[in-house]
Write a protein that binds this ligand. Structure first.
Ligand code: A2R
Length: 317
């Protein structure tokens, strides 16, 4: 009999095909009575496929005593209780690196869209306003500006490389200094004060909660642009909105929000923001590579008990 796999998050057809080849697949979305399912099938479940938001609910951890692997579709895993998984001997995997380029590209997309008022200008043409009202206001050039990256990890480093097209001066803040040519700031507020753009790309979770607080936002200031492709929790959303409303912060380009998919309505009224529905990695190519890595982790685990891309917290298992 094939081992059981419980699908908690979403998956593509290509992933489903591979899951079904190796596992008996159960989809959480099709289970009406979870306690009944867990008492009947829980012991057969060896793996779960999830994502960094849905995580692995405690009820499932407790109801699946033979669970050994939780494979997440995405690089961030702030919604997964990795301590609880490690304590139960469950390996947690994620999908680092394969999404670096598209997430970095999304940071550049938001940066350009915010700088050149892309959304406003597009709407202006579509509404037939150009012929009636004339040219739109001048926008801002990213060329030669100071761009601060908050979190110079796998994605942050790719962003830094891609910013070379703007001839920008790249600086960064992270917990530790890296062996790179970019200037390091151990103080985020001080860096924000020196920056025209602040690009946030740390993990979410408790350690980075509201890392970009009111003080950092005000240091970035009325001529500054905040780009967030990390997690909504990393920025104090209420402080950011207030600053965007009264001009203490110039512009923002946001792919992520505190309470997705709910976005504060106050943002809808602002001209100085560009909003995306958390799509940084959402290209056909990158989602396929992410899905393949989820499946490869599960397959390898079935073969020899090892995985390809463990999160650091369960790498010792
Ligand atoms: O640990 P360090 O010094 O390498 O810094 C990491 C930085 N970071 C922080 N920076 C400042 N304050 C913190 N409390 C803090 N915690 C972490 O974020 C590192 O430079 C960066 C994370 O890099 P990676 O672990 O390589 O993550 P990756 O693949 O770049 O993805 C970043 C995040 C995901 O977790 C998702 O939330 C999002 O991008 O898609």
């Amino acid at each position: 009999m094939k081992p059981g796999l419980l699908l908690i998050g979403g998956a593509t057809e290509r992933m489903i095909d591979r899951f079904e080849a190796e596992f008996t697949l159960h989809r959480l979305s099709e289970i009406d009575d979870l306690p009944a399912f867990l008492s009947a099938q829980g012991p057969t479940i060896t793996g779960v496929a999830t994502n960094g938001h849905a995580g692995v609910p405690t009820e499932i951890l407790e109801g699946c005593p033979n669970l050994k692997i939780a494979a997440a579709y995405g690089v961030g895993y702030d919604g997964i209780d990795t301590d609880a998984c490690a304590a139960r001997g469950i390996k947690v995997t994620h999908t680092p690196n394969v999404l670096n380029d598209d997430v970095a590209n999304t940071a550049l997309l938001l940066l350009l869209a915010a700088s050149r008022d892309l959304v406003f200008n597009d709407a202006y043409v579509r509404a037939g306003r150009w012929a009636k009202e004339g040219n739109t206001p001048l926008t801002r050039s990213p060329e030669g500006k100071v761009m601060g990256i908050v979190g110079l990890g796998r994605i942050g480093q790719r962003i830094a490389e891609k910013l070379a097209v703007f001839d920008a001066r790249v600086v960064y803040h992270s917990r530790t200094r890296k062996d790179v040519a970019y200037e390091y700031y151990d103080d985020l507020t001080r860096m924000a004060r020196d920056c025209d753009y602040l690009i946030v790309i740390t993990p979410g979770g408790a350690a980075t909660d509201k890392l970009v607080n009111r003080e950092v936002i005000e240091a970035l200031g009325p001529n500054g642009t905040l780009i967030n492709v990390a997690r909504g929790t990393v920025v104090d959303e209420a402080a950011m909105i207030a600053a965007l409303q009264d001009g203490r912060l110039g512009w923002a380009g946001l792919d992520v929000f505190e309470d997705e998919p709910n976005v504060p309505e106050a943002l809808f009224a602002l001209q100085n923001v560009t909003l995306l529905p958390h799509v940084a990695s959402a290209t056909v190519e990158t989602r396929q590579a992410m899905g393949d890595l989820v499946c490869d982790n599960l397959s390898q685990f079935l073969k020899d008990g090892t995985v390809l891309t463990s999160v650091p917290e369960t790498a010792h298992l």
